[in-house]
Design a protein around this ligand. Structure first.
Ligand code: EPU
Length: 420
């Protein structure tokens, strides 16, 4: 297992290219299942989760080729040879559950392992199931697997009880193949969902309401394979934005989409960062003191839960107390105890972290617990005096492309070493 060693205390200067978004690439890959023939994706990030989804799809019979240097991926779904996504693959990544929507859409049946919990809580899939059932899909649970039979599938009106990203993706994958109207209400409006809507439209589905809470879909059994580019990763961009907030310096996030970061930018400006939109991305600069700013996570366009951990790290250096509340995942605070090992002063009350800044962070050995928690520790390590060792960094490889290379190019001193 690898670990990262960071010599903190260096300002960051320069440009980095923002990668394609993990959470957009995964649903687009699943959508390839719906169209017999070769789908081609570009701007596909080099990430472990993308590889996992590739294996889930290859297991169904797709021919998947990822050119990691070019960032392109072809997915040939001419012949499906299996209707099952096994536990061994699904347990490692929840988004593998998109295979269920894809299989129902293409084969009108599917057997996919229930994803189970994750590092910070149960993360249920009840909304996915209720939506499928509203479309006439019969769902059985058998030895940890969801077994779907969609022989009698039909269009429907379905209101999601919460605008879940995953449920919206899964239901869209199915609705795009039903040649009747399906109305999905209270859907997620995250840019990654909108990217999927656009791909399904290009493939031949009629979808009205793009980017809103209500989608009207008239699908077709004759979806065509398309070429599609993955949108830039707003969370990766936000993470580097927070990094320069902590270390000081000035960076340009090339290729970042400012519209997808409205809330993060607004909060960062409130905290004292200079953020400007350039022709090719976002420029971020910090040369003064940081002010404390409260955030409460919410569904898009609110403050993303995937930026909560990084915000706590940033606020540990702000001049005063701030409150960071996670309403999406109330238990997603495993990073707090590790961050405190580096000197942050945080007290938790239910899903609210009170961050008392400014802390003089000092390097220490810490442990990654999940993807965004790891990002938060990297940020703190970059700002801390002395050396920080972060172990179990395989979490980072799930969601940050070439993290050390990008940070090193900005002037950080960071190394990856093998750990026994
Ligand atoms: N929820 C339910 N029932 C469901 C589905 C969701 O109660 O059937 C609840 C969840 O427990 C949670 C909330 O709804 O409290 C939001 O969950 P959502 O379904 O929106 O999340 P997700 O689709 O499982 C995606 C991202 C996450 C990100 C969340 C929230 C992908 C592959 N994952 O997960 O990304 O945190 O949306 O924005 O898109 C990450 O990248 O680090 C990550 C965890």
């Amino acid at each position: 297992m690898d670990k990262l060693i960071i010599q903190g205390g260096h300002e960051l200067y320069g440009n980095i290219q923002v990668a394609g978004a993990k959470n957009a690439a995964l649903p687009l890959m699943a959508a390839a299942v719906l169209a017999p023939g070769k789908t081609t994706l570009s701007n596909v990030p080099r990430l472990v989760d993308v590889g996992t989804m590739g294996r889930v799809l290859a297991n169904l019979g797709l021919e998947v080729e990822h050119d990691r240097d070019a960032g392109t991926m072809s997915l040939d779904a001419a012949n499906l040879t299996s209707d099952t996504a096994p536990y061994e693959l699904v347990k490692t990544m929840r988004a593998s559950f998109y295979a269920l929507g894809a299989l129902i859409g293409r084969l009108r049946k599917g057997k996919v392992s229930l994803p189970g919990g994750c590092a910070w809580g149960p993360r249920p899939v009840d909304i996915h199931m209720k939506g499928f059932e509203a479309m006439g899909v019969s769902i059985d649970l058998d030895e940890g697997y969801v077994v779907a039979d969609a022989a009698n599938i039909h269009g429907t009106n379905f209101v999601l009880s919460f605008p879940s990203v995953g449920a919206t993706v899964n239901l869209l994958l199915v609705a795009a193949t039903i040649p009747e109207e399906t109305v999905l209400d209270n859907v997620a409006r995250e840019p990654e969902v909108t990217a999927l809507v656009r791909m399904l439209q290009q493939m031949g589905a009629t979808i009205e309401g793009t980017g809103t809470s209500t989608l009207r879909i008239v699908g077709t059994r004759d979806l065509k394979p398309v070429q599609q580019a993955v949108i830039p990763d707003r969370i990766e961009a936000g993470t580097y934005l927070a990094a320069v907030g902590m270390t000081g310096g000035e960076i340009v996030l090339k290729g970042a989409e400012p519209e997808h970061l409205t809330m993060v930018i607004a909060k960062s400006v409130e905290a004292g960062l200079h953020v400007t939109v350039t022709v090719d991305g976002i420029r971020v600069k910090r040369n003064g003191e940081l002010r404390p700013v409260d955030v409460e996570t919410a569904v898009y366009p609110g403050f993303a839960t995937d930026m909560q951990a990084q915000w706590i790290a940033l606020m540990s250096m702000a001049n005063g107390a701030s409150f960071v509340t996670d309403t999406i995942y109330p238990d997603r605070f495993t990073h707090v105890a590790e961050l405190m090992r580096l000197g942050a002063k945080v007290t938790m009350k239910e899903n609210v972290a009170k961050v008392q800044g400014p802390s003089k962070l000092k390097g220490a050995p810490v442990m990654s617990t999940d993807l965004r928690a790891s990002a938060c520790l990297v940020l703190a390590g970059l700002a801390a005096e002395g050396e920080t060792h972060i172990s179990r960094i395989y979490h980072l490889d799930r969601g940050y492309e070439k993290l050390e290379d990008k940070l090193r190019a900005l002037g950080a001193i960071i190394d990856r070493v093998g750990e026994r």
